[in-house]
Write a protein that binds this ligand. Structure first.
Ligand code: GDP
Length: 502
């Protein structure tokens, strides 16, 4: 298995962190103004919360992506989901102020996320700047700077005048080279949602940072349960894009709901595939919730109805029959019943019912004109019957169509992880052996360690005997790439399953 053959060098994604007023925004502004690709008119669009710059390093033009303010917030939101969007952090510390409370917070977040960082000692143009004291305050926090006995790269800069900023960018590129960031441009894009907002004129837009693959016009993006066609896509300069790849930030317009910041996004060739992925996402969330609630899968769907009949005898018979309808997942509840015509009062009650407006049933009775008008206005269903079994038949039909579709898991097989080849965000490459049933490409996979569930991922690709396959049967050894935002380890068990709608 040669998992790295298609991979190209990927520009680093950088987050700028530090104490308030230490110059994060000034630094981001300076880099943006001086390094954004020359000749691009029109300035930066307001709502793309990241930008890409070029910087010459050792005679080569290199790209760097910066997460713009509120970079810190986005970084933390993504961290909270157990993933990293940034490859490198710049920790800004003002030379006239030294290490402060939020410097420590930033440092803790950087250390926790295990990403390398570069220190920018800022404001060295100020008369009261004290480089030595600032270095000392960093040392106290165990930040051991290069040339001072440590290995943390640092630069003394002025975000205001630009002094030292090119050196800072050199350091970022040196660290990046060391990280050997690579990604594959061929598959549909994956990455993170950095920001999302509702634009009064254009609808819901989000800034996405692509970490692998390519995003092309005509595809569809899914982030959690938010979907968007790749139609209106722009770069950070507001220029229309038909295609984008890593580590480019793009603004994508046309989401059907607001995606959460920090979510990973996936891309699909068609809208239908994206919708299916969204259903799976709901299921994963439901599975995660169910794992927390011992009661297990969801509640019963109860369809509300209102019954009006000509006599108490028939009302009683209807009540009796209705109680028999439904199953362990569905039921019908009579929320109001009475003798006489269907009235406006019934339509009011029907409208207020949950989880859906009640269906109004008349048995040998008529409907008042006001009720008929209210039903028409509010799209309520009123149905009349004069035979009980026809009434129950119809209710069964209505129950089947209004009950939410249930999704159940169908187990395909189990396998053991024999060897981990690489463990990257959203891309766990490993070898394993099927111990029961089969593994299927495209299926969901539940990962367990010592019988404890670690999480759910997707089997992105499957290989056996050095070629791509759709499935591997019991006893077979295989290589696979699993999309999961947590680390899989040797010895973990994989349980392959799909979801059926019933
Ligand atoms: P942030 O809160 O970290 O984003 O800080 P800002 O970028 O908003 O900067 C806070 C203040 O410090 C602003 O008034 C900036 O003009 C000023 N500032 C930032 N960098 C420098 C610098 O290198 N030199 C000087 N003299 N002032 C700076």
């Amino acid at each position: 298995m040669n998992a790295t053959s298609l991979k190209l060098e990927r520009p680093p994604i950088v987050v700028v962190m530090g104490h308030v007023d230490h110059g994060k925004s000034t630094l981001l502004d300076y880099i943006r103004k001086t390094n954004v690709v020359a000749g691009e008119a029109g300035g930066i669009t307001q709502h793309v919360a990241a930008y890409e710059v070029t910087h010459e390093y050792e005679g080569q033009e290199k790209r760097i992506t910066f997460i713009d303010t509120p970079g810190h917030a986005a970084f933390q939101a993504i961290r909270a989901r157990g993933a990293n969007v940034a490859d490198i952090a710049i920790l800004v510390v003002a030379a006239d102020d030294g290490v402060k409370a939020q410097t420590l917070e930033a440092l803790a977040a950087i250390r926790e996320s295990n990403i390398p960082f570069v220190v920018a000692i800022n404001k060295i143009d100020k008369p009261n700047a004290d480089l030595v004291r600032t270095q000392g305050s960093l040392l106290e926090q165990h930040v051991f700077l290069e040339k001072m006995g440590g290995d943390v790269p640092w630069a003394a800069i002025s975000a205001k005048t630009g002094q030292g900023v090119p050196e800072l960018l050199n350091l970022v590129l040196i660290v990046s080279e060391f990280l050997e960031l690579r990604a594959d441009a061929t598959p549909p894009a994956q990455g993170f949602v950095i920001e999302a907002h509702r634009d009064p004129k254009r609808g819901i837009a989000a800034t996405l940072i692509i970490t692998s693959g390519t995003l092309k016009s005509g595809m569809a993006v899914q982030a959690g349960c938010a979907l968007a066609p790749v139609r209106i896509m722009e770069d950070h300069l507001g220029k229309t894009l038909r295609e984008a790849t890593f580590s480019t930030p793009v603004s994508l317009v046309g989401f059907d709901s607001l995606p959460d910041v920090g979510l990973t996004f996936h891309t699909y060739k068609t809208k239908k595939l994206a919708e299916e992925a969204c259903h799976l996402e709901i299921l994963k969330q439901q599975a995660a919730r169910d794992a927390q609630t011992p009661e297990g899968f969801g509640e019963r769907f109860v369809m509300p109805i209102i019954v009006r009949a000509d006599a108490s005898g028939s009302l009683e018979a209807i009540t009796h029959e209705v109680a028999k309808l439904g199953d362990e997942f569905t039921a019908i509840r009579i929320i109001q019943a009475g003798i006489g015509n269907i009235s406006e009062n019934d339509t009011k009650t029907a409208l207020a019912a949950t989880p859906i407006p009640a269906t109004i049933i008349g048995f040998h009775v008529g409907t008042d004109a006001t009720a008929r008008e209210a039903a028409r206005q509010h799209d309520l269903t009123i149905e009349h019957f004069d035979i009980i079994y026809k009434l129950t038949e119809r209710l069964e039909e209505l129950l089947a169509t209004s009950a939410p579709k249930r999704k159940i898991e169908e187990m395909k097989g189990r396998a053991k992880v024999l060897k981990m080849f690489s463990s990257r965000r959203l891309e766990q490459t490993l070898g394993g052996k099927v111990t029961e049933g089969r593994m299927e490409k495209g299926s969901l996979v539940r990962i367990t360690r010592r019988k404890e569930e670690i999480g759910v991922g997707t089997i992105e690709s499957l290989q056996a005997h050095k070629s791509h396959v759709e499935r591997v049967e019991n006893g077979g050894e295989f290589g696979t790439v699993i999309s999961a935002d947590f680390d899989i380890l040797e010895g973990d068990m994989l349980e392959c399953f799909t979801i059926k709608t019933v």
